[in-house]
Design a protein around this ligand. Sequence first.
Ligand SMILES: [Zn+2]
Length: 299
Amino acid sequence: MKTIAIALLTLACAACASTPPATPSSTMQPMTSHALAQPTATRPAHAGPIQIPASAPQASLVMGTVPVGSTLIYGGRAVRIGPDGRFVVGVAREQTGTLTLNLTLPDGEVRKLDVAITPRSFRVESITGVPEKTVKPPPEIAARIEREQAQVNAVRTRDDDREDFEQRFIWPVQGRISGLFGSQRIYNGTPGAAHSGVDIAAPQGTPIHAPAGGIVTFAEPDLYLTGGTVLIDHGHGVSSNFLHMSRIDVKVGERVAQGQVIGLVGKTGRATGPHMHWGMNWFDVRIDPQALLESEGVK
Ligand SMILES: [Zn+2]
């Protein structure tokens, strides 16, 4: 049965399976509040400033500024440009080489903006001898998981003009980090899903704080894999998700402020013990939450 649980977990919250049951920890980290990535390179002005970082790590957000009235295309998607020219795009965990944004300035001039993607190393564990039939859930469970994932995916298509993502993010829960973003298990040579967020060990019932302001777009108490699940939209496609919650204190459509309690830590869904799983997305691209907390400006 343990193998089944591990296999199912790879579908949504891979490294939660490798997360030891969280115990109350005395090694609390201070609640941190770090700057989001700031532009590190400024290019010559053309009808206004163009600012974009020269490089960005895998699984991070790239923020920049282009002249108001421009259009910006990335990966076939029209990127929202705020009233101040600010935009954000996501770099995927697997993305390598150069990220290219196609900019058309208000006067029609076309430019390519390149950002060098800095590779990261992610933990990979290989597990062999797993009975093949336990790697896949039974059909009725698989159907439920698929249905619930589709609901979550749907709210991640939202592209609001709010710019809550520009806030300095704070940790939703204080505690020891018990699972890193991006770690991956390989079963009988077949890669499972990479861990989609960061796990923070915290006792059952610990309050969870919104890491930045936003609108609650999803709040369900009992998803099969992720249990009590909340999503907060921070604007321009940036969203946070909080899994395995024992209590949810917010409703869909509700505006939350940074630091507001949205619910309590739990072990609902397929979790081996109480912990806070915090994931972040740019639309369907998964972002390492720690990339927002440990960016430039950390002393
Ligand atoms: Zn997790």
